[in-house]
Write a protein that binds this ligand. Structure first.
Ligand SMILES: [Zn+2]
Length: 303
């Protein structure tokens, strides 16, 4: 089958479904090109890092954004100088991008039950004005800070005020923030970090409401056995496959009314049985291009 035949089939599934789930990983934001910078939010790209943070290549050993994850060999002043700058730029000010807008149009093409689940803590769905009552961020969110102890299950806080206070004071050459802007827990005075799944300290309950709504959605979708339930999975690799990739494989393998559209540049394989039964399709091209074509076909309805 040609790619365009497969795209037609995939678009048809979406059009016929009463439930659609978007499951997204790092690959989706990597294809979300910000028009001002001309790059996507690609955590593994050396070029994007140089462009977004030219000073960081001089004052640290970092080569790409991913290097900040679990990094220990930097001073708290540099760590917070970089992280506050990064979160300000990417979590709050990346803005709308065409790939996310295209996805939103796919979901709003007709009334249906839809949901978004993502491993990205970058708030891109919020920045693109998706319905946040139909959203689960499984690995946390850079919009929150939390106590690292943590001293209480409620010790998580909006990061934005801390960021607005400190970013103007990040030194443009050293990228360091003065020590007084290093965040401390308002409850216990201890160190803080972003509320993301970085260790045992992660306050997962900050996302309980999102998780309950996700489970309710899946429950509804899997029980409507006479109606189609399509999963559009984008850019989900093998960093944490047990969070999204394997559960999506499981859903399409177990349930005959589920369809899986997997968009993944490096690993587009889908479960063999589901593929043989024409219920799962994998695309290995650029996510932004495939989603644009899919959007056009879904909206045109000529499939
Ligand atoms: Zn605390």
């Amino acid at each position: 089958m040609t790619d365009s035949t497969q795209l037609s089939i995939a678009a048809n599934w979406i059009r016929q479904s009463s439930s659609v789930l978007i499951a997204s990983g790092a690959g989706l934001s990597a294809s979300a090109v910000n028009p001002q910078y001309g790059v996507g939010l690609d955590y593994t790209s050396v070029a994007a890092f140089r462009l977004l943070y030219p000073r960081m290549t001089q004052v640290s050993t970092m080569r790409c954004m991913y290097d900040a994850i679990g990094k220990h060999d930097w001073s708290p002043e540099l760590m917070w100088g970089y992280l506050f700058t990064h979160v300000d730029k990417c979590r709050f000010n990346w803005g709308p991008t065409s790939v996310y807008q295209d996805l939103k149009q796919i979901l709003s093409n007709k009334p249906m039950d839809s949901f978004v689940i993502t491993t990205n803590a970058d708030g891109m769905f919020e920045q693109n004005k998706f319905d946040m009552t139909r959203f689960l961020s499984t690995q946390g969110d850079y919009s929150l800070l939390q106590c690292l102890k943590p001293c209480s299950r409620l010790s998580f806080y909006e990061a934005r005020p801390y960021i607005e206070q400190s970013v103007p004071h990040v030194h443009p050459q050293t990228m360091e923030v003065p020590s007084k802007y290093i965040p401390r827990c308002p409850r216990c005075g201890g160190p803080m970090f972003f509320c993301v799944r970085g260790g045992e300290w992660f306050i997962e309950s900050a996302f309980d409401d999102q998780r309950h709504r996700y489970h309710d959605f899946v429950h509804r979708a899997v029980h409507k056995k006479n109606e189609l339930f399509t999963i559009i999975e984008i850019g989900v690799g093998f960093n944490t496959p047990s969070v999204l990739r394997w559960p999506m494989d499981q859903l399409v393998s177990d349930l005959k009314h589920v369809r899986l559209i997997r968009i993944n540049m490096h690993a587009p394989d889908v479960p063999v049985h589901a593929r043989k039964e024409n219920r799962a399709i994998g695309f290995d091209g650029d996510a932004a291009q495939i989603i644009r074509q899919l959007r056009d076909m879904v909206i045109a309805g000529k499939v």
